[in-house]
Design a protein around this ligand. Sequence first.
Ligand SMILES: [Mg+2]
Length: 288
Amino acid sequence: MPEDLSDRTTSLAQRIAGAEGFIFDMDGTLVVGNAASEGHVALPGAVELLEKLRRSGVPYRVFTNGTAKPPAVYAASLRHAGLAVEDAQMMTPSSSAAAWFVAQGIKRVRVLGLEGVQQPLRAAGLEVVGPYEKATLIEAVFTGWFREFTFPDLEVACRDVWNGAEVTTASNVPFFAANGGRAIGASFAINAMIAAMTKKRAKVLGKPARAAFECALLQMGLPRKAASRVVVVGDDPALEMRMARSAGAIGIGVTTGLATAEIMGNCIPAERPDAVLAGLVPLLKLWG
Ligand SMILES: [Mg+2]
């Protein structure tokens, strides 16, 4: 059915060409980590694509699911790699979580995580209670990157939840790709402990949650109805492609990171990309 395929390709190309906004994943999509410098190296086409978007005025955001560092630190590292990313264009799950807490009227949040997890919440005017601080009337517990986690942190968080706090998290994926291997998602392990103790499952506020997509949309100045004209680009079907699918956005899977073309092609429908590309160079051709 070559006609079908060509029709699909054409219409997808038209949708990409008419995109009103782009959400890019960071690792494995725009850059790869540089173990030696702990910095980033741009993947082929990334510098050109962002520069072209910047000049055209089409809004874009870079959304990593990591909360080890505040968004501005990631943005600086991306600029160092040559990418056109201003601080305000960089998002982490703490960015979308902050927006969600504000929208819910939640003011006091126990954060299991350090500066990277906490900073965007404080910047949004929320009262952040650190893992080691004594406090009452906690409205939500928020877990993120937190290698320093200790048993007393579990105790305070469980006590908060027993007293009515909601459990929320930056990310609930067990592993992420790091320096050619896999690393444990800190919040996944912490969430599992809290869930075992309190029977409360953590609500995800980073990717692939609707809250994450809608925060990016809002930041780009786009209305909800523009979702179908937003392109989400990423290497992880369970994060970016699931987010794109559930939001009705255009999901472009790239094979420069976690998943091969075969894995992307065999995804469950909820995580299947609209198109799988070898990287950003072909996307640059489609969009340009
Ligand atoms: Mg990635």
